[in-house]
Design a binder for this molecule. Sequence first.
Ligand code: ZN
Length: 290
Amino acid sequence: MMIRVLFFCILSCTAFSKPIKIVASFSILADLVKQVGLEKVDVRTIVGRNGDAHMYEPTPLDVKAMNNADIVFINGLGFEGWIERLIKASGFKGPLVVVGKNIHPRLVFEGRLVEDPHAWHSIPNAIVYIHNIQEALGTKDPHHKAFYEKNAQQVIHRLNAIDASIRQRLSHIPPRHRKIITAHDAFGYFGNSYGVEFLSPVGTNTESEPCAKDMVKLIEAIKTYKVKTIFLENITNPKLIQQLSRETKAKVGPVLYSDALSMLDGPAPTYETMIQYNFERFLDAMKEMG
Ligand SMILES: [Zn+2]
């Protein structure tokens, strides 16, 4: 009897200690899931570091990973236009967790009113993502619910500290200097949360093309506000920003990380480092305006 009980325990303990197999749609979300799940999750990322999720084409390897997954995490808000096709091709029937499901969406007009998917650039939104991740992991693996809760609380504590620091440091910047030019409209949620205006030659999707009128308006804005640095992103084509730089004499600044993390040895290998790195670049640009 004793041996049987022991045997059962070994079996069940082994089953629980096996990491949950997770697929996350892009690198920023994969990092947030890892921060909450730590060693209890095995996360595979579809659109990897420095990858553009707007333009992604799923591969047979993605189909296989989805087929093996216990949970799939996506951003939602129209970010992963290819996800439905991938789910269908893979036959995945498990829980699909949309971490942006209860975010108040930023609406932008791009021929029609669309939801801006880049909600993660506001820390209060990232905290909503963390709650959704914690809840999904706790539901899938109730045995370790307290573990996920503790990790989520630690992440939220650190995120709140970064949020407070951004607000405090921005309070010294006059409103007329809070203008940042980036390659695509990816930082609108940051702008709404922290009171910074972001302008870009194209909209929230990297596939869109600017019209001549928009470029003229942007050139005027750069001159009016005396913007000295304009930014490329790790996922965008440099052409438009280089053209704006030639026409305005504003210099092309360091690369920002908008829709994907950097490589592990780069300046933005995690969500927290990405937010802080981008903010330092914004702050440098705002301080040189006059
Ligand atoms: Zn984007």
